[in-house]
Design a protein around this ligand. Sequence first.
Ligand SMILES: *Cc1c(COP(=O)(O)O)cnc(C)c1O
Length: 219
Amino acid sequence: MIKTALIHIQKQIPKGVTLIAVSKTKPIELLEEAYQAGQRIFGENKALEVADKFNQLPKDIEWHFIGHLQTNKVKYIAPFITLIHSVDSFKILNKINTEAVKNNRIISILLQFHIAEETSKFGFSLVSANEMLSTTDFLKLENIHIIGIMGMATFTSDSDKVKLEFKKLKSIFDSLKANHFEGDSAFKEISMGMSGDFQIAISEGSTMVRVGSSIFGAR
Ligand SMILES: *Cc1c(COP(=O)(O)O)cnc(C)c1O
């Protein structure tokens, strides 16, 4: 029962932390069930899949993109996406801006940081993000709005390790806030925490948790 699972998760999430129900790979019927139970924010990681689900489901749903995004796929999500969590290069940011202009929208995004041990995970380092945020090419992008950062911890049962990685992400957020977004009250989101580690993430300052399998079952 998705409703029971949702209620169980919601009980563990304090006010002020947003629950993103990660519905990637799951059929429309399961999303409808979560919708009936009151969930309005869904996370997906494939452009065509989220566009298809957007078309089929009620329009008061907020769609968040959480996967690695290729430049040639941005056009499919730019008309409707609420937040892109996974911006990991200037190239993709520039493309999102171009598509946002075409759609006459300002698209909110998070910068993704590489905090895990695994080399396969995408993302900026603090150095590379600082560099990008200081370029004139970046400052010219008028249709994107950076409202925070995102990261994924190493997939491990070692909770001390996970905790350290989330602390690192929080310190990256604090540093960027001080150096680039000091007067910007919209820059406030730290998207960290999944089914296996969202309690730790919340204790380390997460404002958005992305929970999939604990709500919809294993993929
Ligand atoms: C799949 C995914 C999640 C959700 O993972 P679960 O372990 O199923 O909760 C969260 N974030 C990202 C980036 C994902 O790709």
